[in-house]
Design a binder for this molecule. Structure first.
Ligand code: NDP
Length: 237
């Protein structure tokens, strides 16, 4: 694979799960990959050693750190905003600060990162955010705040696609359904409930999400913009 040979790629939130699979895929494709992490230093260092990618500690809840990290990478070819958190629970009981922190990480960081990338991105660049099928379908109680953050990505990519389209830059959301990771283990307590909503009753593998990201970011994705690319085993069908 050499589909990203020499491309300047930044993945926000790349130390584990879907983000780590994306780092591996773009590094295997020849990209000059950098990724951020917040808490998982050991995993980040191991991934950097494995792939040759550069690991950068930057908390997505810190707006200035996000903006500075994106700016430091110069003219990007690909920005993928994967960092996200999941706060579930009865909205009457949830702690307001943890909901606001999730909004900082899942909404404010992708917006500021995408805008900062757009300032100096190369022509035909690619901006991808990892949204969720929960932007379209929230079939159980307790997910209102998380769904809010992921549906916010839909408005953002539609708008930024128009802001940056004259330079050939595409802006899209990839919307996974249940995907095996520490956030949502395939053998976790909610797995069989989730599989009940799906046509293909299994968690996706992180690598399957990474392959879709590679397609959207690759040369064949040039006319895909302002779109939601759902990869959910039929969860939203
Ligand atoms: P994980 O919890 O397994 O991994 C999350 C990744 O994001 C880690 O690399 C983590 O780094 C990073 N991250 C989290 N918070 C921050 C922060 N404040 N600053 C920088 N990095 C951060 O999650 P997944 O891989 O499952 O999820 C990745 C994305 O996919 C999220 O946006 C999630 O909402 C979305 N998604 C996941 C689904 C699933 O079923 N798994 C389904 C639909 C969408 P560190 O540990 O270093 O902090």
């Amino acid at each position: 694979m050499s589909d990203f040979n020499g491309k300047n790629v930044l993945v926000l939130g790349g130390s584990r799960g879907i983000g780590a699979a994306i780092v591996r895929r773009f590094a295997q494709g020849g990209g000059q990959v950098a990724f951020t992490y917040a808490g998982s230093q050991e995993a980040a260092e191991a991934l950097a050693a494995e792939t040759g990618a550069l690991a950068i500690r930057a908390d997505s809840a810190d707006r200035e750190a996000v903006i500075a990290t994106v700016a430091d990478r110069g003219a990007l070819d690909v920005l993928i905003v994967n960092a996200g958190t999941l706060v579930l629970g009865d909205p009457l009981e949830l702690d307001a600060d943890s909901v606001d922190r999730m909004i900082d990480i899942n909404v404010r960081a992708p917006y500021h990162a995408a805008v900062e990338a757009g300032r100096r991105m190369n022509a035909d660049g690619r901006i991808i955010v990892i949204g969720s099928v929960n932007a379209d379908r929230m079939p159980f109680a307790g997910g209102a705040a998380y769904a809010l953050t992921k549906s916010a990505m839909q408005g953002m990519v539609r708008g930024l696609a128009r802001d940056f389209g004259d330079r050939g830059i595409t802006v899209n959301s990839i919307q996974p359904g249940p995907t095996d990771s520490e956030m949502n283990p395939a053998d976790g307590p909610m797995a069989s409930t989730m599989h009940g909503f799906m046509a293909i009753k299994r968690h996706a593998r992180a690598g399957e999400i990474a392959e879709l990201a590679a397609f959207v970011a690759g040369p064949h994705g040039a006319m895909i913009t302002g779109s939601m690319q759902t990869i959910d085993g039929g969860f939203g069908a």
